[in-house]
Design a protein around this ligand. Sequence first.
Ligand code: NAG
Ligand code: NAG
Ligand code: NAG
Ligand code: NAG
Length: 702
Amino acid sequence: MISKLGWFLYVSLCDCSPLPDSELQMYGEVHSPEYPQPYPPNLQEQWDLTVPEGYQIRLTFTHLDIEASANCYYDSLTVFYKKKVLGKFCGNENSADGYHPGNQPILSPGNSLTLVFQSDKNNPERHQNVGFSAQYQAIDIDECSAPQPGDGSGPLCSQICLNTLGSYLCSCHHGYELRSDQHTCVLSCGGGIFDEPEGHLFSPGYPNHPPHAMSCQYIISVEQGFTISLNFTDNFHIESMDTPEGPKCLHHWLQVTVSDQQPMKLCGRTSPGLIDTNSNLVKLEYHIDHEGQSNGWSLEYRTHRVMCPFPGSIVKGRVTPVLSEYLYRDYIYARCDQGYKLMMNGQEVERFSTICQSNGQWHLPLPECHIIDCGEPEPLLNGGFNFLSGFQNQYLSVVQYRCNEPFYRLFGDANVNFTCEADRKWRSTHDIIVQPVCLPVCGQPTNHINVYQRIIGGRDAPENTIPWQVLLSVDGARGGGMVIAERWIMTAAHNVVNKGQTVSHVILRIFMGHNDVDTMKQSPLNATSVHVHPEYNNPNSLNYNNDIALIKLQDTITFNSSVMPLCLPAEGATYDTNVMGLVSGFGIADDGSKRFLTNKLKYVPLPVVDQETCRNSITSVKRTSGSIPDLTNNMFCAGIPEGGKDSCQGDSGSPFTLTENGRHWAAGIVSWGVECGRRGTYGVYTRVANYLDWIKKTMQEN
Ligand SMILES: *[C@@H]1O[C@H](CO)[C@@H](O)[C@H](O)[C@H]1NC(C)=O
Ligand SMILES: *[C@@H]1O[C@H](CO)[C@@H](O)[C@H](O)[C@H]1NC(C)=O
Ligand SMILES: *[C@@H]1O[C@H](CO)[C@@H](O)[C@H](O)[C@H]1NC(C)=O
Ligand SMILES: *[C@@H]1O[C@H](CO)[C@@H](O)[C@H](O)[C@H]1NC(C)=O
């Protein structure tokens, strides 16, 4: 009887507690109660054996000894699968009666097996039967080789069956896919997302008509910066319907959708051939309904880098590299020709490159090339420059420096032509950057005295004939001087020494640039220092040896026609007797009847007097008036024996010039005399040529 459940399943010989149902055993052992002792009477016991789904149970008896009877009527072990009896056993191996399973194991059709053991009231034989002992084991079912069920539901798997432990899997041939029932295979769309740079797509079953309606979607999606082209093969067939308006893709179609564009429906028998989508994302939707026939389509797709527009060219520059087409991720570079610079948005840039972007546009627009400029050329003091070529200091402009003639002249043979070069520097042709220098022109007035006249018995000097003439005012007293350099005045020491002391430069006022004292006095110049010859020593006004001094001006003079320096004596300059020189000054003059302090610059030409003649004249004067200074070799005389022409008081410090090659040089400084213009006496002058070294040294050191 198998009416009740709840019989214990003995899984082993030990007294373990039974395992929960969920953990199904793969093997075990069962035996009759009290085995191997004889079993008791009046038994009815049931074992329900279960192994995991997908397995069979193989039951193998190790021993069976049950009271034998016909049809096992009294005692028996019955084995069921579900409600079906697989065997009813009794007896033992040797008994003639009963039904013994022998060595044959019992295989359950499914994963469960029920054993029912029963015994009647008594055991008629003396011999005590011990019952049974059996082992069982889960055996994998090969579902795949099972015969087709007879219910017409078809094979387990419509295409490929794969046996697994305890179960099986269905699988499909290429081009098919498993339906959700996990058993049947259908033609596959082969759809999905395609992101490789190249690929092959075709309709299900191509080149044959698929058996049923389907909608398949294919998405080709590649990296930005690439575009997709579709190349349909010639064998193309999608059913089209003839309508009054012509063939239409009514029930079957392949719809191609490219972003930002109207979808395109394809059908008919003509291959669309090559389609350049210009997009990196293409959607293909293939639709066929349950009627009609389309053999389908097949295509190869490829990807191409996005193309950027031709970059063009730049004036006075180059764009490299030159390619037949410019594609995504290509770089181009721009350079300017020599003498030009790269400009972007009004800013100069050192270098330029741009990349073709994924959107088919250049990252940056091309720059411009602008001509470079070298900036203003260095200014030239007392000079300037003209553009020989070019302008605005641009590349390859040439400037030529010049000095302000005739008052300044270039020093040496400096190169005066400078070119604006590619390195943005003004360079001379020989690539030496030696700036030219303008030196003052000395002793060459723009206006010349034609008719020599006298001071004492002299004449007013015409404008600009004696531009080196200086009027000194020393604490109110008048003296003369001469310009010898841009910041230097030469005069007589006795003008600037008072009681043995050199006067302060502060009390000096210096005038020049006019022949008229009143006009000149409106613009005095200041001195910064006074340098008296160190060996000048004249405490009693009886020693005019070394009567020479230099005054340094506070400001530099810019020479012009009214102010110009006198040249210094050349090395070894000579004072030849009877050579005419020119004395000038603002000292005492006479108009024939009286003497007065002149308001106009006067001049007189006088010859150099033989040194011995002069000495004799002084010696003879000394006889009558004792306190007369000595004539030294640092002095010379000028004048005429008959007198009437001379330098006089107030002329002290003024120049006596001689000319050499048309240039006036500072031969003498008006120093002293016995009486102005007296017959038989001469004016005495400091012999400047003796002081050349001291003059140069003093000017250099101060
Ligand atoms: C398109 O494919 C055909 C072969 O199917 C080939 O001959 C042709 O060159 C391809 N066209 C392009 C542009 O790739
Ligand atoms: C400067 O250029 C001018 C004009 O070309 C030329 O006449 C002159 O000789 C050049 N001077 C020098 C020093 O090269
Ligand atoms: C010269 O010095 C005087 C007095 O120190 C001063 O007033 C005057 O401005 C100076 N002149 C120049 C040209 O520096
Ligand atoms: C010449 O230069 C002097 C001193 O720099 C100045 O006073 C005079 O005005 C100038 N004369 C002319 C004609 O420029």
